[in-house]
Ligand binder design. Structure first.
Ligand code: PHE
Ligand code: ZN
Length: 881
């Protein structure tokens, strides 16, 4: 750690680089005893740089062997090395070249940033600041260069050599047993998009012909023996390439596109130009090893990284404060893709659920930050749900406000103006404003104000004037560093429903309201709908048209009414969620039982659910989503304070049991009707049927009876694919029984040598909300197959426990917090990035009841007094507040 690393960086301090690197020639020699990197940089001063301005290069964990300026070796006195920096005090005027030779040690690189070894494969990860761990460089995204890369390695053990761009040349180095490959990327790019891979990899190949008729060679590289798990990723890639042409007119721009799957990776995947590197969990799929959820996330992440080729690579970010410019927009694009090719109306439910589960707590807690942060200590800590998921919501709101056509034109204008450059959020929003003719000044607040806006709605009916007045008010709550806020520009989709369930036409001041879209811009606004014959029921925030919380004063009967009659599929689903949330939350607030009133309401909930569940015209996925009750974390969020996770678990289980009994007939009919003996196919319909069947199973087994256990065990034994096996295992894992142990043993025996599947075995046990869960995760830490060094395994066991087992992690005696703090501290010693992410699990500690709060605080304070990386230091100190 150097002295710079704990300072806060501010967006307002942005200054353009003093020097630019226009061209890079790298020569990388890979060997077990360390890699040798020779780089030739063509450098020139930026316009306005004063002659003699020192040239400062970033560098970390490097050993400098030599440095030459314009071909002349530089003596020791002409440059200085300080932690993280190499400075050349008095560079020549005009353009010059630097030749730098360094060594780095991939084997010792457990941070997985820069050049490292993953299970014997050399690979790189450069975003955000990893390139400086490969060679000295001006490692910031607004320095764009063309790259030529020569890689050299042992021919037998490292037969595959890949880098960005197009292949230029390859060959043997006579008499040495070594070989080389040369790659050239003609597109100027920032250093964070650099990548290189060397290894003994198997591959599958295909081609894609672009809209303008160019043929692109596609390759997916994996560990030998895994070739039979690549087909889905390849199909997904081709689908994504076609979709981006059709929807946004964007074509691929190189002769080759390669994907490499590695087993040690800090994140999901990385969009390096022409050479995406993936966590293998997001590439490998076979019906017996991957669940429908895996198939879906593979498809969407393959698309996401591919879409970055335009949104991120062709136009990149000026600085890391603009991260949402590429991530928010690319998430929005991948969501639209999944909506089109797979999910349809269910997509909005899935994205809203994810946003509420991950981003809302972030926005309400001590780590809240704007979609475009104004400051950070460690940029690695800002790959957050706010930047990604809320960032995507901002793009969606723009599209809603200006319309789909104008949005597409805005995208075209954005590329016309910014292609090949490093841009800002203003560049993006101004393209949208200019393409649509709309003033988006107020909308910009979404990028700078943190916190989830709270919308309150109330409806008054005037029988004489036949008018319905919708009063809307908005408050953006205070967040760290931002005490008072300005009102936001909020697209609010609404509908009014008549007593017979009919949609009433909306008219404001004599004009129709297209799509029911209201624009809320003031703190308080009244919308007066005309020609409303009788008191209607309002449906607010249809399609989840903005990332806000809504409170409305609807009575339970009105919510039941919406569950049956709302024409908006999102709000029909939301009504059921709201109804169940209210029931569980009020029970959890008071004690453990549902009570007679809620007991009666649970029965009504069951009744109101039936029509949707039985409606064969609805997609099975949609019906499955309707069957899923709000999660324990959803309830905790609804309570917002004084949270007792045991009370939530108990109340939720009681409701599940009640529903299970009340709906027994329907559930078993669904379960039988969705059975199939067809071969597994990942298509949306088949996946939807499995989802519906498994959701039914889950609720049926809520009774916890021997009959339920037997049924789950049968489900496990009869499973012919991973979706069904893992669901059965998950259901069983919540109810302690011999059958549960038997199934876990069986699963382990079958999959012990398959890391990705074994991760599921760890995760399912870590998530089980049982009194013995802390003991279980502690025992699994000592399992011979467990390792702290592999991020997927760490996330499977420790991450699943901390983020996916609220009652276990928040155990009243603090044992869960202690467990996480101890493990995170160990991991922080070699992989700060992964450790800091795990510590995010503490983000809602201030909403807990006092006893749990005290334990969480103690764990955090213990961490704060330990020796921490910059990453963990930032999270721990900010979380403590
Ligand atoms: N940029 C990657 C993405 O597509 C995420 C990532 C960030 C991967 C940092 C590795 C390191 O979202
Ligand atoms: Zn991304």
């Amino acid at each position: 750690m150097n002295d710079q690393s704990r300072t806060t960086k501010f967006l307002k301090d942005y200054a353009p680089p003093e020097y630019l690197i226009k061209d890079v020639a790298l020569d990388v020699s890979l060997a077990p005893k360390g890699a040798r990197v020779s780089s030739r940089l063509t450098i020139e001063p930026s316009a306005g740089t004063v002659a003699g301005t020192p040239l400062v290069l970033d560098g970390e964990a490097l050993t400098l062997e030599s440095i030459a300026l314009n071909g002349q070796e530089l003596e020791a006195g002409r440059y200085t090395l300080s932690p993280g920096k190499l400075t050349i005090a008095n560079p020549p005027v005009g353009s010059f070249t630097l030749d730098i030779v360094t060594r780095c040690d991939p084997e010792a690189n457990l941070e997985l940033s820069g050049l490292y070894l993953s299970n014997g494969t050399y690979c790189t990860q450069c975003e955000p600041e990893g390139f400086r761990r490969i060679t000295y460089f001006i490692d910031r995204p607004d320095v764009l260069a063309t790259y030529t890369v020569r890689i050299e390695a042992d021919r037998k053990t490292v037969p595959v050599l890949l880098s960005n761009g197009n292949p230029v040349d390859a060959g043997e180095i006579e008499g040495t047993g070594r070989h080389y490959a040369i790659w050239h990327d003609p597109h100027p790019k920032p250093s964070y998009l650099f990548a290189l891979v060397g290894g003994n990899l198997a591959s599958i190949h295909d081609t894609f012909t672009t809209a303008s008729g160019r043929e692109v060679a596609l390759g997916i590289y994996v560990e030998p023996g895994k070739e039979d798990r690549c087909e889905w990723a390849m199909e997904s890639l081709k689908r994504a390439m076609r979709w981006d042409e059709e929807r946004f007119g964007l074509e691929y721009d190189l002769d080759v596109f390669n994907i490499v799957a590695v087993s040690d990776f800090n994140m999901g995947a990385m969009e390096n130009k022409g050479l995406n590197i993936f966590n293998d969990k997001l590439v490998l799929a076979r019906p017996d090893t991957a669940s429908d959820a895996d198939y879906t996330s593979i498809e969407s992440v393959i698309a996401h990284e591919y879409f970055h080729n335009w949104t991120g690579n062709r136009v990149t970010c000026r600085d890391w404060f603009q991260l949402c410019l590429k991530e928010g927009l690319t998430v929005f694009r991948d969501q639209e893709f999944t909506d089109d090719v797979r999910m349809g109306p269910v997509m909005r439910i899935l994205t809203a659920r994810l946003l509420k589960a991950r981003q809302f707590p972030e926005d309400a807690g001590p780590l809240a930050h704007p979609v475009r942060p104004a400051s950070y200590i460690e940029i690695n800590n800002f790959y957050t749900a706010t930047v990604y998921e809320k960032g995507a919501e901002l793009c969606r709101m723009l599209q809603t406000l200006i319309g789909k056509d104008a949005f597409r034109q805005g995208i075209a204008l954005y590329f016309e103006r910014n292609d090949g450059t490093a841009a800002t959020v203003e560049d993006f929003v101004s393209a949208m404003a200019d393409a649509s003719g709309r003033d988006l000044t107020q909308f910009m607040r979404w990028y700078t104000q943190s916190g989830t806006p709270e919308i309150a709605c109330s409806l008054d009916y005037d029988p004489h004037a036949k008018k319905a007045r919708l009063k809307v008010s908005q408050v953006v709550p205070p967040t760290p560093g931002q005490t008072s806020k300005e009102p936001m520009h909020i697209p609010l989709k609404v509908g009014l429903i008549g007593a017979n369930g009919d949609e009433l036409p909306l008219k404001l001041n004599g004009e129709a309201v297209p799509g029911g879209l209201l624009e809320v811009t003031e703190r308080e606004q009244v919308f007066e709908f005309e020609n409303i014959p009788a008191p209607p029921t309002p449906s607010i925030l249809r399609d989840f048209s903005a990332p806000v919380r809504v409170t409305s004063s609807l009575k339970p009967e009105q919510i039941e009414f919406l569950m049956i009659h709302d024409a908006d599929p999102f709000n029909r689903w939301q009504a059921a969620q709201t109804y169940a949330t209210d029931l569980i939350a009020s029970a959890a607030r008071d004690g453990l039982d549902l009570g007679p009133v809620s007991g009666h309401q649970a029965g009504r909930l069951a009744q109101a659910l039936e029509p949707t569940l039985r409606d064969e015209t609805l997609a099975p996925t949609y019906r499955a989503e309707t069957l899923k009750l709000p999660s324990e974390s959803d309830i905790a969020r609804e309570l917002g304070r004084n949270v007792d996770t045991d009370a939530i678990l108990a109340a939720r289980e009681t409701l599940r049991k009640t529903l299970s009994e009340a709906m027994a007939a329907t559930l078993s009919e669904i379960y039988e009707a969705t059975a199939t003996d067809e071969d597994f196919s990942p298509d949306p319909d088949s996946a939807g049927r499995r989802a519906l069947r498994n959701a039914a199973l889950d609720l049926m087994t809520a009774t916890g009876t021997q009959e339920a256990i037997d049924r789950a065990m049968r489900h496990y034994r009869n499973a012919t694919n991973m979706t069904d096996s893992i669901m059965a295992l998950s259901v069983l894992s919540h109810i302690p029984s011999d059958e549960c142990d038997e199934a876990l043993d069986d699963f382990y025996t079958r999959w012990q040598d398959d890391p990705l599947v074994l991760d599921k075995w760890f995760a399912v046990q870590a998530r089980a909300g049982r009194p013995d869960s802390v003991a279980t995760v502690n025992r699994l830490l000592g399992h011979s197959k467990f390792s702290l060094k592999n991020p997927n395994r760490v996330r499977a066991l420790i991450g699943s426990f901390a983020m996916g087992n609220p009652s276990g992690f928040n155990r009243a005696d603090g044992a869960g917090y202690k467990f996480l703090a101890e493990q995170a501290l160990k991991i922080d010693g070699f992989n700060p990035h992964v450790a800091a992410r795990l510590l995010g699990a503490f983000e809602s500690w201030k909403t807990l009841e006092p006893r749990r709060q005290a334990h969480a605080k103690k764990a955090l304070e213990g961490l704060a007094s330990a020796e921490l990386s910059t990453d963990a230091y930032e999270i721990v100190t900010k979380t403590l507040g």
